[in-house]
Design a protein around this ligand. Structure first.
Ligand code: HEC
Ligand code: HEC
Length: 202
C-alpha cells in the first residue's frame, strides 16, 4: 500500500511540474473534426450516454488516448477506425479544438451523490483507496499538463463503463496502472455512485 501512496505523491508532483507539450492548432482541429460530431456532438457534448463528451477535456490527454486507439492498446470498435484516420499532429489539433469547447452541466442522481462524494473526496484509507480529488480535482477538472482527464459533466454511463473496463483489465493505461489498481478496489455500487457524482460536478 505504501508503494501506491508513494506513486500518487510522485504523480501529483508530476502534475505540478510537467511542461506543456508542443500543442495543437484549434483552428486546424475544428476543420478536421467534422467526422467526430456524429458521436461526440457538434459542440463536443455527446448525445449518447455511452459516448464520451470531449468538450473541455484536456488536449494532451485526448491526443494520448487517440494514439492508444491507433495502436490497438485501447480497444473500441467504434473509435479505432476513427483514430486510424488521424496523424499525431491531427490528434493534437482536434484535441486543442475540443478542449476549447464548453461542457454542458449535468446533474448527479440525488440518491447516489452523497456516497459518491464521500469516496471522491476522502477515498478509503482502510482499503488503501486514494481520493479521486487528488488527481481529478475538486471540480473534476483533472490536471491537463499531467494528462489526468476531466470528469465533470461526463456521462455517468460512460464513466461507469470505464471504471468497469479498468477493473476488468480491458482498458489498460500506458505509463502507469493507477486506474486499474484503484478500480479493482471499487465495488459495483461504488462505481455507480462515483460516476453519478462526477457527472454532476461543474
Ligand atoms: C461512431 C462513433 C464515434 C465517432 C464518429 C468518433 N468517436 Fe470518439 N469515441 C467513441 C466512443 C464509443 C468512445 C469511447 C470508447 C471506449 O469506451 O473506450 C470514444 C472515445 C473517444 C476519445 C477518448 C475520450 C476519453 O475521455 O477518454 C477521444 C479523444 C475521441 N473519441 C476522439 C474522437 C475524434 C477526434 C473523432 C473524430 C476524428 C471521433 N472520436 C469520432 C465514438 C466515436
Ligand atoms: C493518482 C492519480 C489518480 C487518482 C487518485 C484517480 N485517478 Fe482516475 N485517472 C487518472 C489517470 C492518469 C487517468 C487516465 C488513464 C488512462 O490513460 O486510461 C484516469 C482516468 C479516469 C477515468 C476515465 C476518464 C475518461 O475520460 O475516459 C475515470 C472515470 C476515472 N479516472 C475515475 C476516477 C475515480 C472515480 C477515482 C477515485 C476512486 C480516480 N479516478 C482516482 C488518474 C487518477
Amino acid at each position: 500500500m505504501k508503494t501506491l501512496f508513494r506513486m500518487i505523491g510522485f504523480l501529483a508532483l508530476l502534475g505540478g511540474t510537467a511542461v506543456h507539450a508542443a500543442g495543437g492548432d484549434p483552428e486546424a482541429g475544428a476543420a478536421k473534426s467534422a467526422l467526430c460530431m456524429a458521436c461526440h456532438g457538434a459542440d463536443g457534448n455527446s448525445p449518447s450516454p455511452e459516448w464520451p463528451s470531449l468538450a473541455g477535456q484536456g488536449a494532451d490527454y485526448m491526443a494520448a488516448q487517440l494514439a492508444l486507439f491507433r495502436q490497438g492498446v485501447r480497444d473500441n470498435a467504434l473509435m479505432m477506425p476513427m483514430a486510424a484516420l488521424l496523424s499525431e499532429q491531427d490528434s493534437l489539433d482536434v484535441g486543442a479544438h475540443f478542449a476549447r469547447q464548453a461542457p454542458t452541466p449535468r446533474e448527479a442522481d440525488p440518491a447516489l451523490a452523497a456516497s459518491g462524494e464521500r469516496l471522491y473526496r476522502g477515498g478509503d484509507p482502510v482499503r488503501g483507496l486514494p481520493a479521486c480529488i487528488a488527481c481529478h480535482g475538486p471540480q473534476g477538472l483533472g490536471i491537463a499538463p499531467a494528462r489526468y482527464p476531466a470528469l465533470r459533466g461526463q456521462h455517468s454511463v460512460y464513466s461507469y463503463n470505464q471504471l468497469k473496463a479498468y477493473a476488468a483489465g480491458t482498458r489498460r493505461p500506458q505509463g502507469n496502472d493507477i486506474m486499474q489498481v484503484i478500480a479493482a478496489k471499487l465495488a459495483d455500487d461504488e462505481m455507480r455512485a462515483l460516476a453519478s457524482y462526477t457527472q454532476g460536478l461543474r
